[in-house]
Design a binder for this molecule. Structure first.
Ligand code: FAD
Ligand code: NAI
Length: 476
């Protein structure tokens, strides 16, 4: 009994949803604990979740490193920078990636200290509902914690193909895909989604022959069709072999490699032999180990924790955020929900606008978008105007030597309110922020068209796309 520790708020999970919720709750004056199970290869606590350990951060580190390698091999010469004796040191590249991850883990531990969040490293599980609150056990310790409010932020795991478990040696989830010890000669990827394209790009740049098998007949179905078509063309030109509309059959793994039997879109039987196979077919919510039954925490039919629009579960005082609940599986969505929940617990009016959550695919060129696609507007019968501007006509892009892609803006035909912006091109990930802000303020395309943008910048392409909505681009 004397081992019971009392808190106001307990957050289970220390990914972007959980650690941010814990910090915000502490800022609001709550005595807050955060329990996170992740340990690094040395067995030390590694808060930050999927995003920090095997997601956003390490993937972006490898995307950056592999892009440097590709530029040195194929891009520098055009700038008059000649490289000889270019060599890949993969071990160093992976080591640097691990160091970047380590810096982020340490940063979060520092933030917990700074904000007086009590951190527990272990699996947290519900014991019982008691005295208007909840008892939570931390695995591997004698400790039982108690709080009136609980925020569940346990994230997600990679989904395996039925009968093909991840061994992280030949059959890789996002985890193994980020630490292949030697560049595979032939790399197979199942699923042409975000992970398949990002990780496929990394290993292709480093020299692998990459084949991507996608079940759906359309490439990047959720992306605006103009952009998806352009992306398909560019990725194919870069050397990614993308097969759409395939049906994956039997998969055999040996010590040396993987054989994937599949049917192509014409119905013909095909075989893909590869050294390693990344399976990136989506992710499943992680409620394993939470012991939801002990308190009757309700899941939905797909295994996510059931929540309302404001992240309330069926239990009083229990909230859930991030990948373990409905909505896009994105770190910034998890963070926004984490902040909003902490504020709601404090009686404030936390707010997440699901209509203005940006998406980014960190390939080269990057793909970024916010709001509705043109095909969505058509399907919804909304009258709209479209304007686009190619980076080819942007001075900064020419100076950079990266003129692929375009900005496409969609606005309401009557009110001119911006309904969506779709970008494929250099640093699209940064350019989209201006568009998110514009939509958040319900701006019209004319607002962006009349705002002074520095010259020469890539952001001028956003302004020109806004001008193009009214057919008055100045530079194209
Ligand atoms: P998670 O980050 O999964 O964190 C959950 C944490 O809870 C984990 O540390 C887990 O160990 C812990 N946990 C689980 N159960 C328990 C328990 N019972 N007790 C204690 N701890 C527990 N999103 C982006 O926005 N941008 C990107 O660039 C991006 N890149 C990605 C790249 C890859 C390869 C992958 C796989 C994902 C990527 N994502 C990206 C998605 C992003 O990682 C997730 O949306 C985000 O991590 C979700 O945050 P979360 O806090 O909900 O869960
Ligand atoms: P995804 O949902 O993006 O893509 C999965 C793809 O696999 C889809 O195209 C789907 O049609 C296909 N697929 C599913 N089952 C299949 C099968 N049996 N055979 C062939 N194809 C099949 O999922 P992914 O890439 O695994 O990533 C998971 C999530 O992680 C993403 O949805 C995203 O939310 C997040 N993420 C975000 C990133 C970012 O923001 N840049 C980067 C990486 C991941």
């Amino acid at each position: 009994e004397n081992l019971m520790k009392n808190f106001d708020v307990i957050v289970i999970g220390g990914g972007p949803g959980g650690y941010i919720a814990a910090i915000r709750a502490a800022q609001l004056g709550f005595n807050t604990a955060c329990i996170d199970a992740w340990k690094n290869a040395k067995g030390a606590p590694a808060p930050g979740g999927t995003c920090t350990n095997v997601g956003c951060i390490p993937s972006k580190a490898l995307l950056q490193s592999s892009e440097h390698f590709e530029h040195a091999a194929h891009g520098f010469a055009e700038h008059g920078v000649e490289v000889s004796g270019l060599k890949l040191n993969l071990a160093q590249m992976l080591k640097r990636k691990d160091e970047v991850v380590g810096q982020n883990n340490a940063g979060i531990l520092f933030l917990f200290k700074k904000n007086k969040v009590s951190f527990f490293n272990g699996l947290g599980s519900f014991v019982a509902a008691k005295d208007g609150g909840y008892e939570i056990k931390v695995e591997g310790t004698e400790e039982t914690l108690f709080a009136k409010y609980v925020v569940v932020a346990t994230g997600s795991n990679a989904r395996a193909l039925p009968g093909v478990p991840f061994d992280e040696d030949r059959v890789l989830s996002n985890d193994g895909a980020l630490r292949i010890p030697d560049v595979p000669k032939k790399l197979g990827v199942i699923g042409a989604g975000v992970i398949g394209l990002e990780m496929g790009s990394v290993w292709r740049r480093l020299g692998a022959e990459v084949t991507v098998l996608e079940g759906l007949p359309n490439f990047l179905g959720a992306v605006d069709e103009t952009i998806a078509k352009e992306a398909h063309k560019l990725f194919t030109k870069q050397g990614l072999k993308i097969s759409l509309g395939v049906k994956v059959g039997e998969i055999k793994t040996t010590k040396k490699g993987v054989t994937v039997n599949y049917t192509d879109n014409a119905g013909a039987a095909q075989v893909l032999e590869c050294d390693r196979l990344i399976v990136s077919i989506g992710r499943t919510p992680n409620t394993h180990g939470l012991n939801t039954e002990a308190v009757g925490l309700k899941l939905d039919e797909r295994g996510f924790i059931a929540v309302d629009d404001e992240c309330r579960t069926n239990l009083p005082g229990v909230w859930a955020v991030g990948d373990v609940v409905r909505g896009p599986m994105l770190a910034h969505k998890a963070e926004e929900e984490g902040v909003a929940v902490a504020e709601r617990i404090a009686g404030q009016h936390g707010h997440v606008n699901f209509n203005t959550i940006p998406w980014v695919i960190y390939t080269s060129p990057e793909i970024a978008w916010v709001g509705k696609t043109e095909q969505q507007l058509k399907a919804e019968g909304v009258a709209y105007k479209a304007g686009s501007f190619p980076f080819m006509a942007n001075g900064r892009a020419r100076a950079l030597g990266d003129t692929t892609g375009m900005v496409k803006m969609l606005a309401d035909a009557k009110t001119d309110e911006i309904l969506g912006v779709h970008i494929i091109g250099p640093v699209a990930s940064e350019l989209i922020s201006e568009c998110v802000m514009a939509m958040e303020f319900k701006a019209a395309s004319e607002d962006i068209a009349r705002i002074c943008h520095a010259h020469p910048t890539l952001s001028e392409a956003v302004k020109e796309a806004a001008l193009a909505v009214d057919k008055r681009t100045l530079n194209f």
